[in-house]
Design a protein. Sequence first.
Length: 961
Amino acid sequence: MSANTAQSGLTSVESDIRVIIVGAGFAGLGTAIECHRQGFSVTIYERFPELKPLGDIISFGRNGGRIFARWGSVVDRMLPVSINLEKHGFHIHKYTGEHVHTQASLPFDRQAPTINGHRGELHEILFNYARDDLKIPIHLGCEVTGYFESSSGAGIQLATGEKVYGDVVIGSDGLHSKARSLVLGSETKLQSSGYAVYRAWFSNKDILADPLTRHLSENGDTFNGWIGPDVHFLVSTLKGGRDVCWVLTHKDTSKPAGRWSLPGKLTDVYEIFKDWDPLCTRIVSKTPESSLIDWKLMWQDPLPTWISTEGRIALAGDSAHAFLPTSAQGATQALEDGVTIAVCLKRAGKDRIPDALRAFEKIRYDRVQKVQETGRSTRDKWHTANWDDVKRDPKTIELPREDWILNHDAEGHANTMPGYLIMAFGILELILSYQDSNEDHDEETSESAKGQHQRRGIVLLPQWRKDFILLIVSLLSSVVGAYGPMLGPGFVDIAEDLGVSVNEISQATSYLVLAIGLGLLVSNPLAKCYGKRPVYLIAGLILFASSIWGALTHNYKSFLACRLVGGLGMGPFEVLVQCTIGDLYFVHERATRIAFWNLFLGTGIAAGPIVSAYIIQYSGYRWTFGTCAFFYGVLTVALFFFAPETAYVREDSSSRSSTDQLPRVEHPEVKGASVEDSPRQGSETIQDIEREPQQQTLEQQPSGQPLVTQRKGSYWRSLRVYTGTYSNASFLKVMSRPFILFLYPGILWAFLIWGTTITFTIVFSYVNGVIFTEPPYNFSVSQVGLINISPLVLSIIAEVISGPLCDMICVNLTKKNNGFYEPEFRLVLISLGFILGVAGFYGFGATIHYQTHWTGPVLTYGLVNASLAVCSTCVFGYIIDAYNALGEEAFVAVNARNFLSFGVLYFINEWLAKDGVLEVFIVLGSLFVFTSLLTIPLWIFGKRFRAKTDRIVWLKNYMKD
C-alpha cells in the first residue's frame, strides 16, 4: 500500500466481500475507491481497450470535492488542471451583449473544494489513483455480455465466455448500460430531451492573439455566459488561461439516428448566433472545427428500481440516472452513489448484501431525482428569462448553488442515517433499521423483492396517472357522500308517499349507516387479502344496482332494503381510499391528497342535499336514486379501465408499524443534530437488515441462473380484476384485527374523535328538514337544501387550507426536532378543528333556541363541517403515517364509528322532540370537546404508547402478515 493510501486513512483489504464493478467511468472508479476504503476486494471491468482523455468541461461541486478530499493527494493533483475563479466569478451577459451580473465564486475550501476541469484529464487522475496508488485491478478491453445472480452471490460473463464470480455486482456502464435491462427485466429506451449542445476544447493561442478576445485569457481563468431564448452559451478558460472550453446548449427536435455524438459544423453554430453578441461569433471563429462536437442530450425517466430481484446487482451513475449538463451534478451524484454503496455494504456485512443495496437505493433515490430536476429548472429559467425582472434583481439569473446539494456529505449521511429516505420538503421516512433482534424471520427474500418492485412501480407511476386514479375514486366518493343525506330535505314528502312517519324515514337512513359499518368488516379485509381493485369494482356495482332499485321502489320495506344494500357498497369509498393514498403517494404528499379526496367526499355530503332538494321538489325523490345510478354506472366503468391495482406485497406488517431506533438525521437544513435513540412507530417501516442471512453459497446454485425480475405489465394486463393475494394472513385473522387494534391508544383516539365529529355533523342533515320547515323559518324543501351552501363553501375552504398547512407544519416541526419526523406532528392542526367545532355546535343550538335570523344557524352549521374537514386531514394523516402497514384494518377500526352513528341517528329526532335543540347540541358539543381534548395526552405520550404496544409480543405476532 502506498504512502498516499496510508495518508488518506484507507483500510487494508481484509473483508471477504468481493465487489465486481462494470465500467471505469466516474461512477465505477468512485465506487471502487470507496469500496477499497471500506476494506473490500474490488475488481473493475471496462470494455474500452485504452484510456482516452475525451470530453469537455466537467464540474464537481463541494459535495464532490468533499469526497475527493478524503482520497489522499487527489485534490492536489486536480487543482493545477482546474479552473480558478476566485478572483473573477461568473460573468453573465444577455445574448445581445449587455453584461447583467457577476456571480461571485464560492470561497475555496480545501476540505470541500469545487473542481471544474477537463473531463478526460480529471478522469485520468482518478484512474491512475485507483490503479497505481490503490492497486485496484482494472481490466481494460473486457466487454461484459451477461449478468447472473443467486440468493448468495452474483457475477458477470465476458465476451470471451469467461464467468467472473463475486458477492455483488455494480453496473456503472453508462447510458448504454446492459445491466439496466437485466435489472428491470426489459429494455429501456432513452428519449431526446429536445436539446443538444455544441461543445469544443482547444488551445487559447488564437484567443490571446485577438485584441477582442484576449481579455478572456490574459489574466488567468475566466467564466462567461450569454443567455438568450432557448439558448445559452458558456465559455471558460482554464489552466491559468492556457486552454479554452465552450458549450452551446440549444433546441434540437431532431431524432438521433443511433449516435448521439457527431462531428459539429461551425456554420451551424454561426446560424444560431445570427442576432447575438458579435463576441460570441468571434470566440467560435477561433475554434478548430476538428474539436467541435454535436452532442444530443438524451433523457431517461426515473427507473422504477436500481436493484435486481435477488438484491445482488445494483446500478450506479448514468446507468441508474442520467443528468442534464445544466444540473452540473451528474458526475458528483455518481460519486455519491459509490460512497453510499460502500458504506451500506460495510454496515450490513457480507451476509446482508441484498439489504445493503436496497438501503443504498432508498437513501439515494429521492435525492437523485430532486437533483436531476435542477437541470431542467435551471435551463428553463435561463431560456425564458424576463430581462426586465433581471434588471430589477440581477441575482435571479444566477446559476443555482443550493446548499442542500453542495453541503451534503454522502459518507457522513450514509454512516449516521442509513435508515432514512430524504423526501421532498425534508420529511423523513424510515426505511431501514439497525436492530439487534433474536426473533426468527422466515420471510422469503424473493417475496420481499417482489413487494419492493411492486411498491416502487406504484409510487413511480407518472404523477398525472396517480392523480387521475385518485380523481376517479374521489368522484365516486362524492356521489357516495351525497347518497346518505340526499333524502334529508324531503323526509316529510317521502314519509307521506310511503305512508310512514318521518321518524321511520330517518331510521331508514340510520340503517344505511349501520350497513356501512357491517360492510366494512368484510370489504377492507378483502382488500387487504385480495387487493383493492376488486373491492372497488364490486362496491361500484352494488351502488349502481341499489340506486336502480331505489328509483323503482314503491313501498317502505323495499325502500329500507335498497338503502341497506346501498350501505354495503358505500364503505370502500369512505374508508378504503385513505389506504389507496398510502399506496400511491410519499409521506410529504399524503395530507394534501387526503384533503383533496375529503374535499370531494365533503362536497358530496354538503352539496348533495342542495341538488336533491330541487330534484325532490320538482321531479320526486325517486329521481335522486336515478341520478346516482347514472353517476355510479359511468364512474365504475372509468374505474375499471383507468384504475389498476395499487396494493402490493408488504414487508412484515409488525415491523412496518413498529417502533424502531432512529439514527441521527443529517439534513441540509437541519444543523447540529445530535446522535440519539428515538423510538418511533413510523409509516412504511421496513426492517431491511433484520432477516437471517441465506446460508446457500454461489457454488450450490447454477452458475448461469437467469436473473428473475418483476416485468412491467401491459395496459390490458392491468385490467385484471383479480391480481393475486397480498397478505399471508388468513381472511378471518385479518377480519378480526380491527377489534384488537382498539388496544392501540392512537387507534382508539382516532375512533373517538372521528366518530363523534362525523356523527354529530351528520345529525344536521337529519334534523334540518324538521327544524327549518317549522316556524319561525318555514322553509320549503328546496330552501332546506340551500342551507347546505354554507357547509359546502366552508368545507371547501377548510380542505384547501388544511392539507398543505398540515404538511407544512410537519416539515417545520421535523426541522425543529433535529430532522426526526413523528406522526404526532399531524395532531397540531386539531386545535383549529377544535375552535371551529366548538363555535359550530354550541352556536347552532343557541341560535335555533333563541330564534335568531336564519344566517346564524346556517353559518354555525358550516363551521361544524369546516371542523370535520380539518379533523379528517389530521386523523387520516396520523393513521396512514403511524399504522400504514395495518391501514386497511386500522380504518375499519376507526370507522366502527358507523355503529356509534347508527345509535345516535336512530333516536336523534325523538331526542330533539323531547329535549329541544339547545340541550341536544350542548350535549353534542360537550362530547366533541371531550374527545378533542384527548389529543393532548396523545401528543405528549403518543410515541411512548406506540413503543409499549410494539413490545407486546403476542400483539405484534398477531399483526404479522
